[in-house]
Design a protein. Structure first.
Length: 126
């Protein structure tokens, strides 16, 4: 019996490949399914639609105005979503898939959308 050494190598690469890389590939593939822009391709000031996974959600109390920050990752990059005047947003939780619409800006060296319109997607099943 002969085996194709390339197919064996590919199998081991899939088994040993870090799950973060597998997740990145899956998320990047989903970008097209939602007619979204890859985060790495977003242009400052140009209306964009991004799709990804919320990696973290944080309440940032500020003097006078609280706000919620959420880091959205699509496998190509990270964008910070900022919701001013909010202490909590139902459904905006780590691990949730979201589509966000807005104009990216650069804020503190981080690609950011301020008060984006967003859609919560149904829970992902594997």
């Amino acid at each position: 019996m002969t085996t194709d050494s390339n197919s064996g190598t590919r199998w081991w690469n899939r088994v040993l490949r870090p799950s973060i890389e597998i997740d990145a590939d899956r998320l990047e593939a989903e970008v097209g399914e939602h007619d979204a822009d890859a985060i790495r391709d977003c242009v400052i000031g140009k209306p964009s639609v991004v799709h990804g996974l919320l990696k973290s959600v944080t309440l940032r109390p500020a003097e006078g105005t609280p706000f919620v920050e959420a880091d959205l990752w699509d496998g190509t990059g990270l964008i910070n979503l900022v919701f001013l005047g909010r202490r909590r947003i139902p459904g905006i939780t780590p691990g949730r898939h979201v589509v966000a619409h807005g104009r990216p800006i650069m804020r503190n060296g981080q690609l950011t959308m301020m008060n984006p319109r967003y859609e919560l997607l149904a829970a992902q099943t594997d």
